[in-house]
Design a protein around this ligand. Structure first.
Ligand SMILES: Nc1ncnc2c1ncn2[C@@H]1O[C@H](COP(=O)(O)OP(=O)(O)O)[C@@H](O)[C@H]1O
Ligand SMILES: [Mg+2]
Length: 307
């Protein structure tokens, strides 16, 4: 018995990750374990078992309750429709120095969905609101855990949408069920930041080119909306932003490999902490040089690039 325990302690662990736990994949893992010669134990999990706890400098990707960094090898047997997340997952595994199959996942090109980009920023210690991501199949199962981690209210954002289309505020546990019923999208869940001021930094070629003040959002209903849709954009002098905010927004764009980016940055009431809310690739611009400095910024940037 004792010998067995010692062996168990030394035994290596392999995480076999699949899009779907089919009977053939179960058979594979059974066979692997039967022939592992006590050298390892393989555990079969589907992507939907993953739970991403995204916190600046303290990010963990877990399979149920276990950090995937506790495995000795991650074998992605089939990623299927989850392949877009492998870019960010491979960044995490590299950071934790965990081997994975197949290293080619490093080359698949980065998805700019909100879960992947928030994770990549948090790993590099960029301040982002504490964020949790799990797949839609497990949102209800995880809701208590999410509430415990973030506290209510919680901001829910569809990971693949833009321009305030799919931002919600969950004020009660019941709101999770309403959200899941309303939308079949994948969501991240984020700690609510009481925003004092919010800015959009338009970054081009490692420089802040335009600074815009963003309007306050209306958090009264489930769906978060603009308070005033009619108001004109407010552009500020570049020196209105602190050096720290400038530096963080430039770093966020650089980490995501973007030369041109629209970085949303918020300053929290009371604490005055700075948070990166979002980094947009291909940021929208107002196509009117009379009211907006954005066209000129693009033109200056390209002139600079080409010369
Ligand atoms: N964690 C948060 N706490 C409070 N407000 C938020 C939070 N995240 C986003 N918001 C508000 O919602 C707006 C839209 O969110 P954002 O992540 O930029 O998504 P998108 O612009 O793609 O719709 C932000 O500009 C901000 O005003
Ligand atoms: Mg935004």
């Amino acid at each position: 018995m004792l010998k067995y325990d010692i062996l168990q302690g030394m035994q290596k662990k392999i995480l076999v990750l699949v899009d779907f736990k089919s009977s053939s994949k179960k058979k594979l893992v059974r066979y692997l374990n039967a022939n592992a010669k006590n050298k390892y134990k393989a555990f079969l999990h589907s992507f939907t078992d993953l739970y991403f706890d995204i916190k600046t400098g303290k990010t963990k990707i877990k399979v149920n309750k276990t950090d995937i960094a506790n495995f000795d090898l991650v074998f992605v047997r089939r990623a299927g429709k989850y392949v877009r997340f492998m870019g960010a997952i491979s960044k995490y595994l590299d950071k934790k120095k965990i081997k994975f199959v197949d290293p080619a996942f490093r080359e698949i090109g980065m998805s700019m969905d909100k879960a992947s980009s928030t994770l990549r920023l948090a790993i590099k210690r960029v301040p982002v609101p504490h964020t949790i991501f799990c797949f839609k199949e497990n949102i209800i199962f995880n809701k208590k855990r999410i509430i415990q981690a973030l506290g209510l209210p919680i901001i829910a954002k569809a990971i693949l949408s833009q321009r305030n289309q799919n931002i919600y505020i969950l004020k009660t546990e019941e709101d999770f069920a309403i959200l899941v019923k309303k939308s079949s999208r994948e969501f991240i869940f984020q700690k609510f930041i009481d925003i004092e001021k919010e800015y959009r930094f338009l970054i081009m070629g490692e420089k802040v080119m335009v600074l815009e003040q963003k309007f306050k959002r209306n958090y009264e209903n489930l769906k978060v909306e603009y308070q005033d849709l009619t108001g004109p954009s407010v552009f500020l002098e570049l020196d209105c932003a602190t050096q720290n905010a400038n530096k963080i927004s430039l770093r966020a764009a650089a980490i995501l490999g973007l030369d041109v980016a629209g970085v949303d940055l918020a300053i929290e009431k009371i604490t005055r902490k700075v948070y990166i809310i979002e980094v947009n690739k291909g940021p929208g611009i107002e196509p009117d040089a009379k009211t907006s400095p954005e066209l000129k910024a693009f033109s200056d940037y390209l002139l600079n690039r080409i010369s």
